[in-house]
Design a protein around this ligand. Structure first.
Ligand code: 9MR
Length: 349
């Protein structure tokens, strides 16, 4: 029960007086036809998830089972975010370490934690050349690998059927640099270009309720790699290959800063008929420059109605995959950084 201290009481009566004055003034202006009388202005949300939700978006984090037992880690995640991506637990090496033997223990731990705290889950990731068990890369026949890929997608998606907000169906299939070519991978090399659309078709047939995303990094501005992804999405849309979203990972540092054409690049993908999501945001740096860069990303997403939301790639700097860059919103002691305030203000703006 809240005690009414003299201080609270004073603030209370000042608030009451101020409210009377403001309403009185607004009422006179309204009757004079000078302003429209609207309801009380919305209270600014005080968590990232709530602020994003007020704008029709989500704000998520990657979570790892390695740290869930640390109370501040879990408490910070639970308080601030409304979407979760398992950082490693739904990848191939975790879910099918041996052929046909599926293991959902880590994925389920993250899924259950998230959903029991009111957060949704992005599935990450079904087909990726990395964190891929040796038995998969050892398959030499394209038709056998296609069957194995289909079986993997089918089992993992069936386990979570109807419960996942969006799946990163295929991750990082294009090369960096100026070629715009597909990256060499077991899937690309043995199945060929068709592996991506095949994966999306299988995914749709297993769980039609999840949004299906293609996810990649270094595609945040217009460049050869993002052009290649753009052309793939355009082609998929023209041929009816099921794709709903493109994930822009958003790993930024001084060599790859937030590009000035970030928003227009997102927009050109939206114009193809997909939504866009910022899926693994982290920005190297500190202080005002880091905070400003975060605000740029948030403002770009806010400006695009079909930008579904933003996920940062971890809760605290100390557990970031690149902790030396201090790229996240909470420091190693779970204190809110300047970047946190900048994101919250942008979301509330
Ligand atoms: O953050 C993840 C880290 O814990 C893993 O060791 C690493 C292994 O590849 O993957 C990291 O997450 C990656 C994500 O799954 C895909 N995009 C790049 C991310 C950072 O490497």
């Amino acid at each position: 029960m809240t005690e009414l201290t003299p201080e609270r009481s004073r603030r209370g009566s000042w608030r009451g007086l101020r409210r009377t004055l403001v309403l009185g003034l607004a009422g006179s202006l309204a009757s004079a036809g000078l302003v429209a009388l609207t309801g009380p202005s919305a209270h600014a949300a005080d968590t990232l998830g709530a602020a994003a939700a007020a704008k029709g978006k989500y704000f998520g984090t990657a979570l790892s089972t390695s740290h869930l037992g640390e109370s501040q880690y879990a408490a910070t995640a639970d308080a601030e975010f409304n979407m979760v991506t398992p950082e490693n637990e739904m990848k191939w090496d975790a879910t099918e370490p041996n052929r046909g033997q599926f293991n959902f223990s880590g994925g389920d731990t993250i899924f259950n934690h998230a959903t029991s705290h009111g957060m949704k889950v992005r599935g990450h990731t079904l087909v990726w050349h990395s964190q891929l068990p040796g038995w998969v890369s050892g398959i030499s026949s394209g038709s056998e690998l296609t069957q194995v890929m289909d079986n993997h997608i089918t089992n993992v998606m069936s386990h979570y059927k109807g419960k996942i907000y969006a799946w990163d169906v295929v991750n990082e299939a294009f090369q960096d640099g100026s070629s715009g070519a597909r990256r060499s991978s077991p899937f690309q090399d043995k199945i060929g270009n068709s592996f991506i659309e095949h994966a999306f078709q299988t995914a749709r047939s297993v769980d039609s309720s999840a949004k299906l995303c293609y996810n990649d990094y270094n595609i945040d501005g217009v460049n050869a790699k993002s052009n290649a992804v753009y052309n793939m999405v355009k082609d998929f849309k023209s041929r009816g290959v099921p794709i709903d979203c493109v994930g822009f990972q958003g790993h930024f540092n001084s060599q790859s800063p937030v590009p000035s054409d970030f928003q227009s690049n997102l927009q050109r993908f939206v114009d193809l008929g997909v939504s866009v999501q910022i899926t693994e945001l982290d920005i190297a740096g500190s202080g005002t420059s880091q905070a400003d860069n975060y605000a740029k990303v948030v403002n770009a997403c806010l400006a695009i109605s079909k930008c579904d939301g933003i996920t940062v790639w971890g809760v605290t700097d100390k557990y970031s995959w690149r902790s030396g860059d201090t790229p996240l919103l909470f420091d190693g002691n779970y204190q809110k950084k300047q970047a946190y305030t900048s994101v919250l203000n942008a979301l509330n703006g």
